[in-house]
Design a protein. Structure first.
Length: 260
C-alpha cells in the first residue's frame, strides 16, 4: 500500500478501463465480479465501491452529452421516476438484512450473476432482440411507452443498487425498442444521464451502510481513467466482432458461477 493506493487495484482498474474503452460495456459488469471472485471482497463492499466509482466516472460523460444536446431529459425523468424509489427501497432491504450479512451477500451474488448472464445475452443477440422487441412495440401509444419506461427504471433501480450492473447494456437496449425514432446518440446520452443520479444515490446509500472502501475506490480510479483514455483512442483498430463474443462468453461463465 503506497499513500493509500494499492498497486493490485490500480492494475485491475487499468485492465477494466481498457476493456470498457474497447467494448463499451459498463465497468460494473467487469469490476464487481473481479473484486468478488479474484480479490475475495465481500459482495456488498464490491457493489458499493463500484457504484461510487461508476457515478464519478459517468459525470463527465453526462456533461459532454448534455453540452452537445444529446440527452432526452423526458426519457431520463421517466427512468428516474421508477429507479430512484426502487433504489431507495433496495437499500432499505439491504439495511434490514445487514449489508455484510450472509443473506445480503447471497442476494447480491445471485442478482449479480443473473444480471451478468442477461448482459451477455444482450451482447450476443443484440440485433435479433432489438428487431423482435421493436416489432412488439410497433404502434404502442405514448401512455404505454411512458409506463414501460418507468417500469424499466424500477428494474434498473433494483439491479443497479443490488449488483451495480444493468444501466448500460440492458437499459440502452430496451430504450432503443421503446424509442426507435430517437437517434442512438440521444438514447446513449439519456441512459448515461440517468445512470449518474442512480449510481450516486445507490453508492451513497451503500456508503451509509458501510459498504464502500475509499482506498480501493481511489486505487481503481487511478488505473481505470488512463485505461479508458488509452483504449478509447485505439478502439477503432480492434475488431468488435472478435472482442464482444469473447467478453460475452466470459460474462456468461462468471454470471453462472455467481448465480448458481
Amino acid at each position: 500500500m503506497l499513500h493509500g493506493v494499492d498497486p493490485a487495484f490500480v492494475v485491475s482498474g487499468l485492465a477494466i478501463g481498457l476493456l470498457v474503452g474497447f467494448t463499451g460495456v459498463g465497468g460494473g459488469s467487469l469490476m464487481t465480479p473481479l473484486l468478488v471472485l479474484v480479490f475475495g471482497i465481500h459482495p456488498a463492499t464490491a457493489v458499493g465501491t463500484d457504484l461510487l466509482y461508476a457515478g464519478l466516472t459517468k459525470i463527465s460523460g453526462s456533461a459532454v452529452h448534455a453540452y452537445h444536446r444529446s440527452v432526452d431529459w423526458r426519457i431520463t425523468r421517466r427512468l428516474a421516476l421508477g429507479s430512484v424509489p426502487a433504489s431507495l427501497l433496495s437499500l432499505v432491504l439491504l439495511a434490514h438484512l445487514g449489508s455484510h450479512s450472509r443473506a445480503s451477500g447471497g442476494i447480491i451474488s445471485t442478482t449479480l450473476g443473473v444480471a451478468l448472464i442477461i448482459t451477455a445475452i444482450m451482447l450476443i443477440f443484440r440485433k435479433a432482440l432489438l428487431a423482435r422487441l421493436t416489432r412488439l412495440m410497433d404502434g404502442a401509444s405514448e401512455q404505454r411507452i411512458r409506463v414501460l419506461t418507468v417500469l424499466l427504471g424500477v428494474v434498473l433501480g433494483v439491479l443497479v443498487t443490488i449488483s451495480s450492473v444493468g444501466a448500460g447494456a440492458i437499459g440502452a437496449t430496451i430504450l432503443l425498442t421503446l424509442y426507435p425514432r430517437s437517434p442512438i446518440v440521444r438514447i446513449v446520452g439519456s441512459d448515461i444521464a440517468h445512470a449518474v443520479p442512480l449510481t450516486l444515490i445507490a453508492g451513497a446509500g451503500h456508503w451509509w451502510l458501510g459498504s464502500v472502501d475509499l482506498h480501493m475506490l481511489v486505487s481503481l480510479l487511478a488505473g481505470s481513467i488512463p485505461g479508458i483514455m488509452i483504449s478509447s483512442h485505439f478502439a477503432s483498430r480492434v475488431p468488435d466482432r472478435v472482442l464482444r463474443p469473447i467478453l460475452a462468453g466470459t460474462l456468461a461463465v462468471v454470471g453462472g458461477r455467481l448465480a448458481f
